[in-house]
Write a protein that binds this ligand. Structure first.
Ligand code: GDP
Length: 298
């Protein structure tokens, strides 16, 4: 479907072997190809501009080395810059000094939070933790039930609202859930929160109230990688309204090419920590910036 960036650059540089340094015209041609490739990968325009400027700057300063031809050399520069923007090293989860570690999920409805909650719980179980899920999404009629089913599937306890536990009040449910996790000696508690179809002041306030009630160790912003450029506006709105420590990209099994990852990481400065790539509980992994860079380049 797409011409890969590596192929584009190879074509641009067909006649350049043996040159000691790339000319300004060569660099401009490179910049054009990178720009097109990033826009095809659905990277937001301001991010593309900043990125291309950084690559041009580096390309100007480099000698054409013996080992790599000019195209390979530029691909390497682009790869390095992509990895840097995506956070460099893989960002690991930070656990609380005193259990339980509280993880809060935030994001729009349909982003994949409830599915992700169970995936994350299963992953934590595999890491040797004893996680518990808290169903504090009381907005979507079926969300509590869905979390209970997902939790059961991965063998993780779900704290759901019931009379006396704050039915109808997500903040009370979240607080009671964390207290229950502490009492029952679960070392990680994952709080699922409500989203709406679009950014909404009431939703932000509710998420901020839950945050204040449970003091999460990590707030994870969950975003559908398929929504493309819109993801950037949503990511910024959640950063301003709730704040978060890291990003989880979902639906990477679709034909999203990683543009959302790059745009969000660049604009918010927050690392992508996990990635979801399917509907099964095991379709989930720690996010590796170098692998995503490869995906954008190929
Ligand atoms: P929530 O509203 O944020 O809690 O979103 P859900 O967890 O209910 O997910 C919305 C839809 O996306 C559901 O149909 C999920 O099965 C689906 N979904 C979630 N994560 C993924 C993913 O990584 N890949 C695919 N293909 N579908 C996903």
């Amino acid at each position: 479907m797409f011409t890969t960036l590596s192929d584009r650059l190879a074509a641009t540089f067909k006649n350049l072997r043996g040159k000691g340094r790339l000319s300004e015209a060569d660099i401009d041609a490179t910049a054009r190809e990178i720009r097109i490739a990033l826009l095809e990968a659905d990277v937001a325009l301001p991010v593309v501009k900043k990125f291309v400027a950084a690559v041009k700057e580096r390309a100007r300063g480099e000698e054409v080395s013996g080992a790599l031809n000019p195209a390979q050399q530029i691909v390497k520069i682009v790869n390095d810059e992509l990895v840097t923007i995506l956070g460099g090293e893989t960002r690991r989860l930070r656990y609380a000094k005193t259990a339980p570690t509280v993880l809060m999920l935030a994001g729009l409805q349909g982003a994949g939070k409830t599915t992700l909650a169970a995936k994350l719980a299963l992953w934590l179980k595999d890491q040797g933790s004893s996680p518990m899920l808290v169903a504090a999404d009381l907005q979507r009629p079926n969300a509590v039930n869905q979390l209970q089913i997902n939790g059961e599937r991965v063998g993780v306890k779900v704290f759901a609202p019931e009379p006396g536990n704050g039915v109808g009040d997500p903040v009370a449910v979240a607080r009671a859930g964390v207290a229950e996790a502490r009492r029952t000696l679960h070392d990680v508690v994952i709080v699922d929160t409500a989203g709406r179809l679009g950014v909404d002041a009431e939703m932000m306030q509710q998420a901020a109230d839950i945050r204040d009630a449970v003091s999460p160790d990590e707030i994870l912003f969950v975003v559908d990688a398929m929504v493309g450029q819109d993801a950037v506006n949503t990511a910024q709105a959640f950063l301003d309204g709730v704040g978060y420590d890291g990003v989880v990209l979902t639906k990477l099994d679709g034909d999203a090419r990683g543009g959302a990852a790059l745009s969000i990481a660049s604009i918010t400065g927050k690392p992508v920590m996990f990635a979801s790539n399917g509907e099964k509980p095991t379709d989930f992994d720690v996010f590796h910036p170098d692998r995503m860079a490869g995906r954008i380049l190929d």
